[in-house]
Design a protein around this ligand. Structure first.
Ligand code: PLP
Length: 401
């Protein structure tokens, strides 16, 4: 039975790929009176989070913070840079890339999709080839998802940048990092990204409710000419007010306390260590899935996501029935298959506030759930994950690779 009204003992295992578990330090940081958002105390907080978040995006350029879910930051990226009827080139990596495309269509932008099979990342060569054909430079932006959360596939953003440059094309590069920022190495400046979209509730370990646009000078120049209607999302007034640590309207003050703490945690651990930790947990998860004899949805090993793993259910078994059994017996939520993957895959989130033993608890819950649900598998996946973690632990060089 779902125990909605009683309190199951122990912590809920929220192992969906976002929202992720919010660490106690972040919860405590937000448990504080809301202050005057035009006063001196807020100004210090505003200046601190605006400086810290740039380090997380690996940028020295402005990062705009919205009181909105990631979807709002998607819209902000489009309406600030484009005009009605503009063409954009998008790549079908999965459910989230498809939703972003639908949004572009609704906003009156002509979004062209390079069709994908939901098992591979962005083919930078295909983007380069399409841009090379676009001799009149009608395509104004290339939009791609860094970590496709519906499939567990991570794309090579630096390769997309190189492809755009090799085609000699002036299109802006817009990237969704909603499920990778703070978990997967991401370099806004070094990779020449013009707008990076992100959200609070995945790698940043915060509750849902704030989202981001990291912007380049080229993106800001484009926004001066872009004619899609925008008011709330407009960068200019926000960036202006941010110079003094303020916002033009009431910001999500308590989420910003949390953001300050989450940035402290990530920077104390060291970003490269955070990324290595995620790679280690992803590798142990794949060792486990392989030992179970099940299939990983991502088909290209160089594109395996460090943040989550999507597992293909054996024919004739429903991923949703299995997930329900795991929730009822072990108080653990696993990610569902989205749109065309509904019922066919489940997703193990291994991102955010997460350590070796959280991973072992998660994988043990999955393996026990298989037995209860009668899902055919080989026992011993959990042991394989333990071996993988033990091997990594005894090689300190791997820990901070
Ligand atoms: C979660 C997610 C979104 C949607 O974000 P919301 O906060 O739910 O609006 C978009 N893109 C990716 C890659 C995501 O993981």
């Amino acid at each position: 039975m779902l125990r909605l009204n009683s309190h199951p003992s122990g912590r809920h295992f929220l192992q969906i790929p976002g929202p992720t578990n919010v660490p106690d330090r972040v919860l405590r940081a937000m448990d504080y009176p809301t202050i005057d958002h035009r006063g001196p105390e807020f100004q210090q907080l505003g200046k601190k989070v605006l400086a810290d978040i740039r380090k997380i995006f690996q940028t020295t350029q402005p990062v705009v913070i919205y009181p909105a879910s990631g979807t709002g930051a998607w819209e902000a990226a489009l309406v600030n840079t484009l005009s009605p009827g503009d063409k954009v080139l998008m790549y079908e990596t999965g459910h989230f890339a498809s939703l972003w495309k639908k949004m572009a269509d609704k906003l009156g932008v002509h979004a062209e999709f390079i069709v994908g099979d939901w098992r591979h990342g962005v083919d930078a060569a295909a983007i380069g080839a399409r841009l090379a054909e676009d001799r009149n430079h009608e395509i104004k932006a290339v939009c791609v998802v860094h970590n496709e959360t519906s499939t567990g596939v991570t794309s090579d953003i630096a390769a997309v940048r190189r492809a755009i440059d090799a085609a000699g094309h002036p299109a802006l590069l817009l990237v969704d990092t909603i499920s990778s920022l703070g978990s997967v190495d991401y370099r806004h400046d070094e990779w020449g990204v013009d707008v990076t979209v992100s959200g609070s509730q995945k790698g940043l370990m915060l509750p849902p409710g704030i989202s981001f646009n990291a912007v380049s000078a080229k993106a800001i120049a484009a926004s001066a000419k872009a004619r899609l209607p925008r008011a709330f999302w407009g960068w200019d007034e926000i960036i202006e007010a941010n110079k003094n640590g303020f916002w033009p309207y009431t910001p999500a003050t308590n989420l910003l306390y949390g953001l300050s703490e989450a940035c402290d945690m990530l920077l104390e651990e060291g970003l490269q260590n955070v990324f290595a930790r995620h790679r280690r947990h992803a590798e142990a998860t794949r060792a486990c899935v392989n030992a179970w004899g099940l299939e990983i949805l991502c088909q290209n090993p160089s594109e395996y996501s460090p943040a989550l793993t999507a597992v293909v259910m054996p024919e004739g078994h429903s991923a949703d029935t299995f997930r329900k059994i795991v929730l009822e017996h072990f108080n653990m939520s696993l990610g569902q298959g989205l749109s065309k993957l509904s019922g066919k895959v489940f997703r193990i989130g291994h991102l955010g506030d997460f350590n070796d033993l959280t991973l072992m608890g998660t994988l043990a819950g999955v393996e026990m759930g298989f037995a209860l649900a009668g899902v055919p598998h080989h026992a011993g996946g959990v042991l394989a994950a333990m071996d993988s973690l033990r091997a990594a632990a005894s090689q300190p060089s791997l820990r901070a690779a």
